[in-house]
Design a protein around this ligand. Sequence first.
Ligand code: PLP
Length: 405
Amino acid sequence: MSPNTSRRRFDTLLVHEGEYVPTDGVRATATPIFATSTFVHRTAADLDQAFDENGLVYSRYGNPTVSGFEQAVGAIEGGVGAVAFASGMAALHVALLAASTPRGALQPAPCAILAAQDIFGTTQTLLNQFFATQGWSVTYCDMTDPQAVAEQLRRAPAILFFEPISNPLLKLTDLPALVALAREVGARVVVDNTLASPVLLRPIAHGADLVVHSASKYLGGHGDVIGGVVAARSHLLQDTLRRYSKLLGATLGPHEARMLARGLKTLSLRVRQQSTNAHQVAHWLAAQPQVGQVYYPGLPEHPQHELARQLFGGLFGGMVSFDLLPAERSTVFAFMDALRLVLPATTLGDVFSLVSYSARSSHREVSAEERQVQGIGDGLLRLSVGIEDVADIIEDLEQALAVVQ
Ligand SMILES: Cc1ncc(COP(=O)(O)O)c(C=O)c1O
């Protein structure tokens, strides 16, 4: 595809990497949408060779528009490449299967997964109701505490899985420390980097093996596409991802790939503005009597504020969570209904601000007891701060708080 661009810097890669460059001269500045299921070659022998060499054969195997998006994500995450999927959940599923595949094997072998206790609720359901019922052993622990991880690692899990910024409590994991611990027992490290985005954190640079994104969030960024992607540290894992993607078939379509590639170009600008806005919103919320705890890594009182400083290059992200008082469903519903700008909808990372009631959305399938253990109370709201004028966002929150007072 593109000429050698490996020395380009992050913001340049976001804008240019993966754009389609045909070999015959004139080209469009934007990658065309190759809306095709299959590809015709000049001769039967050429088609036969394409099968052998992972060339263009059939769009479930590979498609130039999708490949461009994959190439861009592979480059910005610092991996050898990436494989795109129809959703973040499909990406997680295949990433965990690939990480469960012993070196040299062609299929996954059930193994032990050590997962962070506060991962996305649906991922927990995937681990509990799919992997754990098919022979994998799944254990959870508090990964904000490297000591607790070190103890669990004595059981020598094959996979360590976590989100560097947890959802919705925005706890951080010390990624370099956990990677070092995993290396000692030969565990593969799989990271869901959706909330951080590659602008804040590039886990492969710290030694992670596979980096998963729900591309439906920050990568796309405009609330108009569902997709997922996994970047790989090694060719072995990249090849395994591709093989399973072809076989299981939850591949990304070319239209979605084009929208995601377009989203990537402004990722850095968006995340920087979202971080700036979120910082101001968090400070404002912390001063409101109707608000209990505010969870934001940029606040000095956040228990991992220093770690966030070290890991995220001076940014703290666009997500802010807070406990609305009194902590009860009726107050939360009234607050959400009173909002006029901030959208009460279940997603995050978009250009527009969103609010989500964790107990009834991301953690809907998690039992009330388990939610309490995790600290996700009945008043917890998660804001995904957008790029609107921050004064308008705060004004909207203020009028909604006044309504429920
Ligand atoms: C952290 C995280 N991982 C994975 C997913 C799943 O992604 P998708 O909805 O694209 O399947 C989500 C979705 O909300 C998420 O928030």
